[in-house]
Structures are given as C-alpha cells and as structure tokens.
Design a protein around this ligand. Structure first.
Ligand code: OOG
Length: 260
C-alpha cells in the first residue's frame, strides 16, 4: 500500500537534500519526521536530479548500490538501488579532488560499463549485454547527506543513493576485456587498503546490468548511448582522506585521483 506523500512534500524533501549537498551540511534521516515509501523515495530522487539539471548539470549515467550481498544483508534488503550520475560529479583520472566539496565522503572500487546505444527497458527483446561496448575500472565517491551515514532504505534512494563523484580509468573494449566475473579488485588510499573481487557485485558485474535493466523499467529511468553504468562496490567503502587513492581491477587497469 502506498503512503504517497504530496508533490509539495516531494519538492520540499528534494530541496532539503539539495541544500545539504550544496552547503556540505549533513541532515537527519528524512524518516525521522516523514513516512514515505519506496515510490515516494524515487520521486524525491527525480526531483533532486531535476534541481541539478536546472542548474545546468547533465546526466552522464547511472549507478547501482547494494549490489554486494554484505551490504544488502547489512541493510536487510534484497533489492538493489539505482541513482543518477551527472557531469558535475565526474573527476578526470589522475586529477585532484578537493575534500571540501564533501560532507564525509567514502570511496568504493567499482567496475564501469559504457552504453553503446539507447536502451529500451520496456522492450522484452532488449539484450542489455549487447548494449554495452566497453569496461573501465572506476572509483565512486559516496557522500550521504545524512548525519553519520545513518539512513533507511527509502532515505538513501531519496538521496540519489549517496552519489557525489566518480572517476573512470581508460575504457577497454568489451571484446578485449574477457570474463570479468571474478577479477581481483584493490582500493589503495595511503595506508588503508580494501581488497575484493568483482564477484562481490551480485556474483558478477554482468548481473548488475540485468538488475539495472529491471530497475530502470520499474523506475522509468532512461538509459542513453554514451552513458556510464557504475555496477556497484566490490569491497566495503573506505573513508576519503588526503593523498592518492587508486582502484585496480585485474586485467582492466587502474584509476586514481589525488585527494587534497
Ligand atoms: C549507499 C550507496 C551504496 C554501493 O555500491 O553499494 C553504494 C551508501 O552506502 O551510502 O553505492
């Protein structure tokens, strides 16, 4: 049963999260003072992304969250979440990344796919694997707008799944990349290290593509040629600290940024 909040409340919650992001000031969980369901949460996310677009940002892709079993279990959910990436979140490989743009960011090592063509999630004949043409190692920077990263499942969806920045390594044609279902992944940040495998991403990053197609059909999220898909974290997130941070995916290469 839907608890459907009003359009005015959707707009007010999007404004609250947007203000938290732009002022780098955390906010308490929306669920502390509002009752809203997952449909409402995606409506708030859409309004939040629309605010970014109204400021001149362009959607560059999508990201999945909770694709790792450990993270799903931690949240007590069995569904992945999807959020939107914009050009303002993009950081070039090797570039500087200013810590002051975040509230309390963390980094996650990921795998990115590139969409070679528009995807129609409503067409049962859509072959999502045939719609991607390249892969790259990626770093995702998540920065929940919620105090202490304390949020409900609905909260994090409303907050655009904590999306805040991302960096991509060089694209590798899919045909050359081989089977990426179980590749070693290593995140290095000064003395901190997180190691894992791409298998942590729903068993294989390819499964993330199928989960994405399903989510985009259910949530009416368009997928366009040239867009990036971040398939989800391969290890636990590491707090962002000054210094070089890198992600290496065996056989795919690496990507790094210099946090200042
Ligand atoms: C939510 C985003 C999680 C992932 O890959 O699981 C995520 C969060 O933990 O803040 O991006």
């Amino acid at each position: 049963m839907s608890t459907a909040i009003t359009d005015a409340t959707v707009a007010a919650l999007a404004e609250r999260l947007d203000a938290a992001a732009t002022s780098r000031t955390d906010t308490p969980s929306l669920a502390d003072d509002h009752t809203f369901d997952i449909d409402d949460a995606y409506a708030v996310q859409a309004a939040l992304v629309a605010r970014r677009e109204a400021r001149g940002e362009h959607v560059t892709g999508v990201k999945l969250g909770f694709t790792s079993k450990a993270k799903m279990a931690q949240m007590g959910v069995s569904d992945v979440i999807v959020g939107r990436l914009t050009d303002a979140m993009r950081v070039a490989d090797g570039a500087d990344l200013d810590l002051s743009r975040f509230i309390h960011a963390k980094a996650e090592p990921e795998v990115a796919y590139r969409l070679a063509r528009d995807v129609d999630p409503d067409d049962p004949a859509t072959d999502i694997e045939a719609c991607v043409d390249a892969l790259a190692p990626a770093l995702e920077f998540i920065d929940s707008r919620y105090r202490d990263f304390r949020f409900t499942y609905e909260d994090v969806v409303a907050d655009n799944t904590s999306a805040s920045a991302y960096a991509l390594g060089a694209w590798r044609p899919l045909a050359d990349a081989g089977d990426v279902s179980n590749r070693a992944v290593r995140l290095l940040s000064g003395p901190a290290e997180a190691v894992g495998s791409t298998a942590a991403i729903l068993g294989s990053p390819v499964r993330a593509l199928h989960a994405l197609l399903d989510m985009c059909r259910r949530r009416r999220i368009p997928l366009r040629a040239g867009q990036v898909v971040l398939a989800g974290a391969a290890t636990a997130a590491v707090p962002l600290a000054p210094g070089v941070i890198s992600c290496d995916v065996a056989g795919l290469g690496s990507v790094s940024v210099c946090v200042k």
